[in-house]
Design a protein around this ligand. Structure first.
Ligand code: ASP
Ligand code: MG
Length: 413
């Protein structure tokens, strides 16, 4: 018998039929003798619908009122799910974030959880109830309703699992788990049995968005075993844990991640002097633009090239800022390239395996793909290449590291 926190996302509770299916699933765990705390999102599309309504009333909705509004989506699903559970003879109680004292700071629309009063939930579990909690919401010190930012129900689930010291936190979603890469790009992408928190953070932040990044960070920090699995199909999904899975045959690389909407900016011919990187990058980050891969190289003639990447949508703004910087520096020139993308290989096994980088570069060379930038961290190597090579590069790397699912051919369509 275990204490499990389960979270069902918007598509999993998108219709009355889906809610009934979730109730069947939860009841199954109860009948097995497990204690279950369920966190639900709003029905799919509902949070967007509410946000649009608000924007139709005022251009920039008042954050406090936005939270009052958006939090209603989850209040609908907790009530419906509790009814469905009761109908199945499974006693259940629904609670809003405020009712179970999910205490947050007062930053409306992106509040952070400070504390959870687990006593109330434990008391309900003792009574034999399934506890159904509204995700994505809490209250601040002054009892104002707050929300945790889009996708925040994942964070609610992990925070509850940590506070209750649950045996596992299960995130039910519309995919079977975390894959070695995006199955839409590589057909034989393999479902991973397990990844480490570190790997998951890299894979998630690099675009493999299955879980809210904050939730993964939270789970890593509080050592909550986290599992991502499908609410539509059977299967054990992917366990995100502290330990590396040593059973895997080639543990060097967990997956290939990529990011499409990137742009590259190069400031060339800047003087090779102390403080120059700050002069160039400083104004860009200060304007709130996120700067990613940064490469600086001193040329023999005493000048520098500084190249970095930003989100494509922010690249024009970055270029404007840099043009001004270049003017003030005199000789510098700014080049913007919007047709690039970033591809990364990720794996904790990199720490103990030599030759990973050269294997990566060989695979790209064999396909005639030119690498524009390279950066590495302890568990990741990222390259920037021309956008049109993205699919080719991801497939080449996926097979160079033998990540493919050997059973793929045998699977029915
Ligand atoms: N309903 C909220 C959203 O759509 C929270 C969540 O689904 O996690 O962002
Ligand atoms: Mg979600």
């Amino acid at each position: 018998m275990a204490l499990i926190v389960q979270k069902y996302g918007g598509t999993s509770v998108g219709t009355a039929e889906r809610i009934k299916a979730v109730a069947d699933k939860v009841a199954g765990f109860r009948n097995n003798g497990d204690d279950v705390v369920v966190v639900v999102s709003a029905m799919s599309g509902e949070t967007n619908r509410l946000a649009e309504l608000a924007h139709s009333i005022m251009e920039r909705p008042i954050p406090r009122e936005m939270d009052v509004l958006l939090s209603t989506g989850e209040q609908v699903t907790i009530a419906l799910l509790s009814m469905a559970l009761e109908k199945r003879g499974c006693s259940a109680r629904s609670f809003t974030g405020g009712q179970v004292r999910i205490l947050t700071d007062g930053t409306h629309t992106k509040a952070r959880i400070r504390d959870i009063d687990s006593a109330r939930i434990h008391a309900q579990i003792e009574l034999g109830n399934v506890v159904v909690v509204a995700g994505f919401q809490g209250v601040d010190d002054n009892s104002n309703i707050t929300t945790l930012g889009r996708g925040g129900s994942d964070t609610t689930a992990v925070a509850l699992a940590a506070a209750l010291e649950a045996d596992e936190c299960q995130i039910y979603t519309d995919v079977k788990g975390v894959y070695t890469t995006d199955p839409r790009v590589v057909k034989d992408a393999k479902l991973l049995n397990s990844v480490t928190f570190e790997e998951m953070l890299e894979l998630a932040s690099l675009g493999a968005k299955v879980l809210q990044i904050r939730a993964v960070e939270f789970a890593g920090k509080y050592k909550v075993p986290l599992r991502v699995l499908s609410s539509f199909e059977e299967g054990d999904g992917t366990l995100i844990s502290l330990e590396e899975d040593t059973k895997m045959e080639d543990p060097a690389i967990a997956g290939v991640a990529f990011q499409r909407d990137e742009a590259k900016l190069t400031v060339s011919g800047v003087p090779d002097l102390p403080g120059i990187a700050y002069k160039v990058i400083g104004p860009v980050s200060e304007s709130g633009i996120e700067v990613d891969v940064i490469v600086q190289n001193a040329a023999a003639d005493g000048t520098n090239d500084i190249t970095f990447t930003v989100k494509r949508g922010e690249s024009d703004k970055a270029k404007e800022i840099l043009d001004e910087v270049a003017d003030s520096l005199g000789t510098a020139e700014v080049i913007l390239d919007k047709k690039i993308c970033k591809v990364s290989i990720v794996g904790v096994g990199m720490r103990s395996h030599a030759g990973i980088a050269s294997r990566m570069f060989k695979a790209l060379a064999d396909e005639g793909i030119n690498i524009q930038l390279i950066t590495t961290s302890e568990i990741k190597i990222s390259i920037v290449i021309e956008e049109k090579y993205l699919e080719l590069a991801v497939r080449a790397l996926h097979s160079a590291f033998d990540l493919g699912d050997p059973d793929y051919e045998k699977k029915p369509e």
